[in-house]
Ligand binder design. Sequence first.
Ligand code: MF3
Ligand code: CO
Length: 264
Amino acid sequence: MAAANVRVPVHTADAILKIEGACRIVADVLQHLQEYVVPGAVTLELDAIAEDFIRTRGAEPAFKGYEVDTKVYPYTLCVSIDEEVVHGMPSQRVLKEGQIVSVDVGVQKDGYFGDSAFTFAVGAISEEKQRLLEATQESLRLGIEQVVDGHRVYDIARAVQTCVENQGFSVVRELVGHGIGQHLHEEPPVPNFVPGLLHRNRYPNVRLQTGMALAIEPMVNLGLFHVHTARDGWTVYAADGKPSAHFEHTVVVDGTTPRILTEW
Ligand code: MF3
Ligand code: CO
């Protein structure tokens, strides 16, 4: 089915340079944070480190002040621990050995956005958590391989989902990746699962074209895919309480070679 009614921005070379600029800072933040994501770290302190890093580079945190429905997100990072899937809020919480911690960061620079997430191991982690991290990262890599001119959004979705489910894990359905550019979230939605027949209008199977920019972000649960939102209105957590991982890259369609802009 053609996706006739969605308009996906195709960015000019100049716009892509700006997206790249934002993405470079995003990647550098994650790399910088790596050494701070250790047992004993306070997640609000990670947030402060990230915000300072971004502002020092002449950019702004993209999530801070971001409005979803009537809520305003108050932090630079989303920090989601263990069974928290995404949108965990920095707090006085102290990281402990054995946890897995997804750190998600967005940056706005010169009117354009970059977005990426990485799930870190805090010290030594269990074998099953390690397998979850590796499977999620692999699914992202396979999804990115589909970011080729002429392929479609469902090619990405299928690659991610197949990888995850073949390893016995599950992909979250409630949240999806997205186009990115002059806004943090643009068309098209990028699901990590091939939508069932009745949901295909919601997730148009857009044909990828050179100049499109996508944030691909598999959220993978060790147990079942169902999630709930916490009473804080933000934190999304696995309904069965089992661990969840999240990796995200901003990628540009450029002929036959996907260009990952948030690699570090
Ligand atoms: N990477 C996440 C997303 O694309 C981060 C958004 S957090 C928010 O949805 F707080 F800004 F909403
Ligand atoms: Co995103």
